[in-house]
Design a protein around this ligand. Structure first.
Ligand code: ZN
Length: 135
């Protein structure tokens, strides 16, 4: 829903991610530690422009997939997950979510209390991934 007098961009969670969570910036994309992580190390890759999937050019999509591939390699080297889930939010602002997975990572706390303990804050793991991304 669009509110009259308010620029839509200000309501977009991907346009308003904190710079403290920024891991890297490349090829017109921001690579962030996600502020509501499903798991430790959860990364989100978003174009700097507020665009949907259908508004991305093929070249921009290719750049995104290269960054997703690099995120996989970075997360594997830092966290050694047993698997990785990659999810896509297509609209209104396209976002690629890369989530490390481990066996048993959906605990009773999540099931009963809808909360999940994460060993590092997103700001802490952003710093760890920033160093790994550069190497
Ligand atoms: Zn946006």
């Amino acid at each position: 829903m669009k509110i009259p007098g308010v620029e839509y961009k200000t309501l977009c969670r991907y346009c308003s991610l904190s710079n403290e969570l920024l891991i890297a910036e490349e090829s017109g994309y921001g690579i962030y530690a996600y502020d509501e992580p499903f798991n430790n190390g959860h990364i989100v890759i978003v174009p700097r422009r507020h665009v949907s999937l259908s508004e991305l050019s093929v070249e921009e999509l290719y750049k995104a997939l290269r960054l997703v591939k690099r995120a996989e390699a970075t997360l594997r080297s830092v966290y050694h997950p047993q698997g990785l889930n990659i999810g896509l939010v297509a609209y209104p602002h396209v976002a690629f979510h890369i989530v490390p997975r481990w066996g048993g990572d959906v605990s009773f706390i999540k099931v009963f209390f809808n909360a999940k303990p994460i060993p590092e804050t997103p700001i802490q793991y952003a710093e760890r991934l920033r160093r790994a991304w550069r190497s």
